[in-house]
Design a protein around this ligand. Structure first.
Ligand code: DQA
Length: 149
């Protein structure tokens, strides 16, 4: 059994009511519950964390390093485009991770097309709404299986 961690950054606690035409109708707790169930069915455990504060996200990533988390799924939201601190935290713990976005950031404003973490991610999934998280979990589970084999 592996421990996985789903991290969501600023404003994603407002999913469901926040710009539904861009981010969809589903709430974050709905998405978290579904993903935790899927991970559980696959014999793993998914922990979830959301914060609007950069330093709390950095702390949670450090904690993951101490907890033997095997894989991180992370949607850093706006911090994707600004945060060297998050990049450095992910490098510090060296846990493989997938960068997730609900919207297709490459089809939006120019400032969203820069990511401080894409080049160090195992992969990037962007543009499928809440389904982006399901795709990311499926990819993470496949990676874990391949690493065990
Ligand atoms: C987002 C895209 C970011 O540009 C934006 O700041 C978000 C959400 C997404 O999931 O599409 O808050 O990460």
């Amino acid at each position: 059994m592996a421990e996985l961690l789903l991290i969501n950054g600023p404003n994603l606690n407002r999913l469901g009511s926040r710009e539904p035409s861009v981010y969809g109708q589903r709430t974050l707790s709905d998405i978290e519950t579904q993903l935790s169930d899927h991970a559980g069915q696959a014999g793993h455990r998914l922990h979830t964390f959301q914060s609007n504060a950069e330093h709390e996200l950095v702390e949670r990533i450090h904690q993951a390093g101490d907890e033997a988390v095997a894989f991180i799924l992370i949607n850093p939201a706006a911090l994707t485009h600004t945060s060297i601190a998050l990049r450095d935290a992910l490098l510090a713990v060296a846990i493989p991770f997938i960068e997730v976005h609900l919207s297709n950031v490459h089809a939006r404003e120019a400032f969203r097309q820069q990511s401080y973490i894409s080049d160090i991610a195992r992969g990037v999934i962007s543009g499928f709404g809440p389904y982006s998280y399901e795709l990311a979990l499926a990819a993470a589970l496949r990676e874990l299986e391949n690493n065990q084999a």
